[in-house]
Design a protein around this ligand. Structure first.
Ligand code: URA
Length: 196
């Protein structure tokens, strides 16, 4: 039963003290959305609001993410499982350190292994680096499908996408702009989701 196994991992994660972020966090942000989903989104790390509320992507970037999903009729309430590469907020929202990512890796790996999603979206370069390694800048690889087989994830398609925080800093909707590209990507994702 995946629920039991996932819950065991979650309980372990909620009391984790493997890295110093456990001393500065308010809450552990394990996941959001629905576990029995074919679609998983992996972000970077909890920010201020996520740390306060214990739920991923609930700040401004999260609100934009919800709008992006809603634009193609998807939602975290019925379609998507959401998590981050690390589960505790780094102070001042700095990038996660390699040792923090290493310490937290077992939880992300367990989420992927237990839920075995058919589609994984990697939001931003930190998530891309964690799963696909150094394969180039997000601008070049976003919107491309990667075969999970090569990364030990058979039957999973993986797509890097822009992080919603990046879109918040780039407001243009002109053809070729990051927001415009995200619109192309989310439509492609919807198509793949419909074809599962
Ligand atoms: N940014 C992320 O990458 N993850 C969150 O949960 C919130 C903001």
């Amino acid at each position: 039963m995946y629920e039991e196994e996932l819950n065991e991992v979650k309980q372990k994660c909620l009391s984790c003290k493997k890295c110093p972020l456990s001393e500065t966090r308010t809450t552990v942000v394990f996941s959001g959305g629905i576990p029995n989903s074919k679609l998983m989104l992996i972000g970077e790390a909890p920010g201020y609001w996520e740390d306060q509320k214990g739920e991923p992507f609930v700040g401004k970037a999260g609100q934009l993410l919800d709008k992006i999903f809603a634009s193609v009729g998807l939602s975290r309430q019925k379609d998507v499982y959401i998590c981050n590469t690390i589960k505790c907020r780094p102070p001042e929202n700095r990038n996660p350190l390699p040792e923090e990512k290493d310490a937290c890796r077992e939880f992300l790996d367990a989420q992927i292994r237990i839920l075995h999603p058919k589609i994984i979206l990697l939001a931003g370069s930190v998530a891309v680096q964690s799963i696909l390694g150094d394969i180039g800048g997000i601008t070049r690889i976003r919107g491309k499908w990667f075969d999970g087989e090569a990364y030990g994830l058979p039957d999973t398609k993986i797509m890097p996408i822009f992080h919603p925080s990046y879109l918040l800093r780039n407001d243009s909707r002109e053809k070729g702009s990051p927001k415009w590209l995200m619109w192309q990507d989310i439509q492609e994702i919807r198509k793949a989701y419909d074809n599962l």
